[in-house]
Design a protein. Structure first.
Length: 519
């Protein structure tokens, strides 16, 4: 084990100031690691020892260590102490990669690149300002709201809402959060620009790129990241960029009705591929030729809840390479995995840069903080940023600034872990409630990822009628059959447990059990 340099004495001395903050400590440790002053495997001083040396409260040093542990710079060894982690090598490579590729300043325009992958745009682009309002209005299903988006007006006032549009409850609270938010808002008023480059703050894009490398295995540069107003804006921008009348898109069957409506509103022709518990059926996918775009949801596929295996993800990439196609990987809830090991993202396995990644932080942020991101290959970066710039110019600078501060201070990383525990408890409460039902012939597989559980109804039961019966009993569920592109549609319902506490989950499942008992 490397133990030279007296545990990085140089950086400790440089921090000996009464005004030293948690952020100062974090930055100093990262600089020491990237410069080689602290080596991989080197042990750091204890929190108490370092706090004494710096004349700081131990809590300041502890939060700095927690932040770097969450980012992957440090690792904790039980009974031994805190060390520079092996994964810091990847983060050092990321820093060097950014320097070599001349990061674009936040206020500077994007450089118009040509070359690598430019041929991917052939046949997929359409004029950016073509009016489609009438087409959009004509193709939206009239009953989409009742099916997926919200409860109907006939629902009871005390209704328990399991619909999938609801965000996770139980967000940021506490004195520490209130003080931090007040300070960050003051900093933002003084320092944040009123408008940013359409792709987003450079520093925020760097943090997102680092997050993706650690959490999803995606090796991307900050220049590959475009910040957007949540996952739904990401979907809208990509649909606007790629889809024209008659564009064929391979689409999961069953699949999200909301996303289907968006694509067809732009004139897309959806080519269905069946999904099982591991992902799209490979043989069925292999029979599809000529399509140059696929939209897929590998983590908690809606509405089946399937978690794609690595083998199926590789088959998707093989299909894309054979057909000169692009894969749009839609993963707004990739952080929520239960009793299973997350496989690398399709984009992480994609050596030919044919995939586009959609992610979001909205599920772990305070209500109303809608922010997400798109990771695109170089050939698609310029068209996407131009489209973003004419759509809404940029994601609000205050929101970007606050999320940037969340990253820097370790709040976001800590909050993800907290929400994972909360949702695991809610998932278990859902499974416990389902186990109490005495209904015959219902089927379900405990969900491995995401924020919802799907239950399949007996053959011959109309899930739309079942949904209406549940409304009469004071509970809202989403029916599955409308999500099928082809018949025969399977009957079932979806329970979004992420938005409810455990007592509400139990109450709602008791009411559903009463409906099932009278089928």
């Amino acid at each position: 084990m490397h133990t030279s340099n007296q545990n990085g004495l140089g950086w400790q001395t440089a921090l000996a100031s009464p005004k030293t903050s948690q952020l100062d400590i974090s930055k100093a440790i990262v600089r020491s690691i990237t410069s080689g002053q602290l080596a991989v495997g080197e042990k750091l001083p204890s929190i108490r020892r370092l706090a004494t040396k710096l004349n700081l409260p131990p809590g300041v040093v502890r939060r700095a260590f927690e932040h770097l542990l969450a980012q992957g710079w440090l690792e904790m060894r039980h009974g031994s102490g805190t060390y520079v982690s092996k994964s810091s090598k990847l983060l050092i490579d990321q820093e060097l990669y950014c320097e070599r590729n001349a990061l674009i300043p936040s206020a500077a325009p994007f450089i118009n690149e040509t070359g690598d992958g430019e041929e991917l745009l052939t046949g997929l682009k359409e004029p950016l300002v073509e009016a489609r309002l009438s087409t959009w209005q004509n193709q939206l299903p009239y009953n989409m709201g009742d099916l997926i988006i919200s409860g109907s007006s006939t629902s009871r006032g005390d209704s328990v809402n399991f619909l999938p549009n609801n965000i996770i409850s139980g967000k940021y609270t506490g004195a520490r959060w209130d003080l931090a938010l007040e300070k960050w808002l003051a900093d933002c008023t003084k320092s944040a620009p009123q408008l940013t480059e359409p792709a987003g703050f450079l520093e925020l894009r760097k943090q997102i790129a680092s997050w993706l490398r650690l959490s999803r295995g995606i090796a991307c540069s900050p220049n590959d990241v475009v910040v957007v107003n949540g996952a739904q804006e990401a979907r809208f921008l990509l649909a606007r960029l790629f889809v024209m009348e008659g564009t064929e898109i391979v689409y999961e069957d069953p699949g999200s009705l909301l996303q289907r409506s968006l694509l067809t509103s732009f004139g897309a022709k959806l080519v269905p591929v069946s999904v099982d518990e591991s992902g799209p059926i490979a043989e069925e996918l292999d029979s599809i030729t000529g399509c140059r775009l696929m939209w897929t949801t590998p983590s908690a596929q809606f509405p089946t809840g399937a978690l794609y295996s690595r083998i199926r993800k590789q088959r998707l990439l093989d299909w894309a390479n054979r057909n000169d196609a692009i894969i749009i990987e839609d993963e707004p809830c990739a952080e929520f995995i239960y009793q299973s090991r997350m496989t690398p993202a399709i984009t992480a396995l994609d050596e030919n840069r044919r995939s586009i990644y959609i992610g979001s932080f909205s599920q772990v942020l305070p209500a109303g903080w809608q922010i997400g991101f798109i990771v695109v290959p170089p050939a698609l970066r310029i068209p996407l940023v131009r489209l973003k710039s004419i759509s809404n110019r940029c994601t609000p600078s205050t929101l970007q600034w606050l999320v940037m501060r969340l990253f820097e201070n370790g709040f976001l990383q800590q909050r993800v872990r907290t929400m994972q525990r909360i949702c695991e408890n809610r998932r278990q409460a859902t499974l416990n409630g389902i186990a109490k039902w005495e209904a015959q012939n219902i089927m379900y597989t405990p969900v491995k990822a995401g924020l919802f559980q799907t239950v399949w109804l007996p053959s011959g039961v109309d899930d739309l009628q079942f949904k209406a019966r549940c409304q009469e009993h004071g509970v809202e569920v989403a029916a599955v059959s409308p999500c099928y592109l082809r018949g025969p549609a399977r009957s079932g319902f979806v329970l979004n447990f992420g938005s409810l506490d455990e007592s509400a989950i139990s109450l709602g499942l008791e009411r559903i059990g009463a409906v099932l008992a009278n089928l």
